[in-house]
Design a protein around this ligand. Structure first.
Ligand code: SAH
Length: 219
């Protein structure tokens, strides 16, 4: 029933990671992240009529004009966070909940913000059904982060912002990574990785050209 198997998806991720290694600084991903990519049933997060394409290496529409990222980008961004099992992670842009599930298989607790309440509702039900108990979702504007549970060991944004939201940097722990696509809507965007070092200084690495839906201000 699937046009691509999970195995093929893993092979494609491995190939694309190797091809982009010179830009991203990693030619292979950690085995923890690859295992999470194998374990999470991506077909459950895409619309029923697109299930056959669930394991293809491309983004798919998830309704409300939004998209679930291609598996390669999900795997890469996850790896870039350098998570550990005891981490508490903030995600901005829950969407289908797929990236949330990948993170939830790797860390202690995932907090995820989504602007559109319909998407939060659907993701919440699905993640519960699939047995992910360590996720906390909320419908809110992720520009402001989520102060209540801050600071976070790592932060991932899965929509493109015109600049890095200041609140997110403030809510990142010392030693932590923030991964975010930055650029104007529907134009060239760069995947950035920011690191807050022990002195609180922030360094920025520009990694790769990407295409994300916009992070919109939603008050
Ligand atoms: N990570 C998702 C894909 C997200 S697409 C997945 O795996 O399916 C980007 C998501 O960001 C969309 O669902 C969009 O509604 C959401 N979004 C856009 N602006 C936002 C904001 N300011 N705060 C929170 N979520 C936002």
């Amino acid at each position: 029933m699937y046009r691509h198997t999970r195995d093929e998806m893993i092979q494609t991720i491995t190939r694309e990671v190797a091809m982009t290694g010179a830009m991203t600084g990693r030619a292979t991903l950690s085995s923890r992240v690859m295992k999470a990519m194998v374990d999470v049933p991506r077909e459950r997060f895409v619309p029923r009529h697109l299930r056959a394409d669930a394991y293809g290496n491309f983004p798919l529409p998830i309704g409300n004009g939004q998209t679930i990222s291609q598996p390669f980008i999900v795997a890469l961004m996850t790896d870039l966070l350098e998570t550990r099992p005891e981490h508490r992670v903030l995600e901005v842009g829950t969407g289908s909940g797929y990236q949330t599930a990948v993170l939830a298989s790797l860390v202690e607790q995932v907090y995820s913000l989504e602007l559109r309440p319909e998407l939060t509702g659907t993701a919440q039900r699905l993640l519960e059904q699939l047995g992910y108990r360590n996720v906390t979702l909320r419908s809110a504007d992720g520009y402001l982060g989520w102060q209540e549970y801050a600071p976070y060991d790592a932060i991932m944004v899965t929509a493109a912002a015109p600049e890095v939201p200041e609140a997110l940097l403030e809510q990142l722990k010392v030693g932590g990574y923030l991964v975010i696509p930055v650029g104007a809507p529907y134009q060239r965007q760069e995947l950035l990785r920011l690191h807050k070092d022990v002195s609180g200084r922030v360094t920025i690495d520009e990694l790769l050209g990407v295409a994300f839906v916009p992070l919109v201000h939603g008050h």
